[in-house]
Design a binder for this molecule. Structure first.
Ligand code: SF4
Ligand code: SF4
Length: 271
């Protein structure tokens, strides 16, 4: 049975050594991007499959009734491993300013998603090889997500990360972790009984300083201090971006050039 130390070692090694975490020469949008690393080493949090917060996710004002509980993905589920992969500084820096996504950000969004799938496959395989079971819900055939109103899904990486002690939501609806908000999440449901990570917060928005910088950055005016984030204008904007940059898409202006980009913001120093 794998322990937390081994999970950490395997995850870090995959991030450091996997070619899937580098922009490939055959796919690079421009030659200067070849070999650039997409993600840094992840934060890892753990939660119990029996945590009552998972049932709370089914309330209509949280994720909704379609949210599938951990046992619905894996009947023998005991724990959830939640990952936050921060984008590398190269990816984050490239996307600061302007209204269009940088080429590196587009790679991070699309080839980055493929990296998450490969990393998930690798970790699930490692868990299975030691006699346990595991599944990555978002890459299973039963995962579904609506890209139209009301934008529901049957698993939510950010909510899982919140439950697993990785951070709290921000005004932009990203999750603010100790390594900021610019990055991607992944989770694995397993029958290994890991000790849950203690949540260092109680409030849903506790790590957000409500500075409004994400709202100022948003080219679609989808974020405001009054209403928070509205999915529809963000979705409409990203559809336009997809037409322009097909087969890639992305935006992420609310995640860069803001106090919560790569660390948990402090109200005094950042702003
Ligand atoms: S930019 Fe400011 S308001 Fe927006 S999520 Fe980050 S800390 Fe919160
Ligand atoms: S992804 Fe872009 S359009 Fe959507 S909320 Fe963030 S900044 Fe606005």
């Amino acid at each position: 049975m794998l322990d937390k130390e081994t999970i950490r070692m395997l995850s870090d090694r995959f991030v450091a050594e996997s070619p899937w975490n580098r922009v490939d020469a055959k796919e690079a949008i421009s030659p200067d991007l070849v070999g650039v690393r997409i993600f840094d080493a992840p934060l890892i949090g753990y939660s119990s499959a029996d945590d009552p917060m998972y049932a709370e996710m089914q309330r209509p004002e949280v994720v909704g009734k379609d949210f599938v509980l951990p046992g619905g993905w894996l009947p023998s589920a005991k724990s959830i491993i939640s990952y936050f992969f921060p984008f590398s500084e190269d990816v984050r820096k490239s996307n600061r300013g302007g209204s269009l996504p940088s080429s590196l950000w587009l790679h991070g969004r699309i080839e980055g998603q493929r990296f998450l799938m490969k990393c998930g496959e690798y970790l699930v395989q490692q868990i299975q090889q030691t006699g346990n079971q595991a599944i990555t819900p978002v890459f299973s055939e039963n995962f579904h997500m609506s890209t139209k109103p009301p934008f529901g899904s049957n698993w939510s990486e950010r909510h899982v990360a919140f439950i697993s002690g990785l951070g709290t939501f921000g005004l932009s609806k990203g999750l603010i972790t100790e390594k900021g908000t610019a990055g991607r999440f992944l989770s694995i449901v397993t029958d290994i009984p890991f000790e849950p990570t203690a949540r260092a917060y109680t409030g849903i928005y506790e790590y957000c300083i409500m500075c409004g910088a994400c709202a100022e950055n948003c080219p679609a005016h989808a974020i405001s201090l009054e209403k928070g984030k509205e999915h529809l204008p963000c979705s409409v904007y990203q559809t336009e971006i997809a037409k322009q940059f097909t087969p890639r898409y992305g935006c992420g202006k609310c995640q860069v050039g803001v106090p919560c980009e790569f660390k948990r913001p402090s109200a005094k120093k950042d702003g």
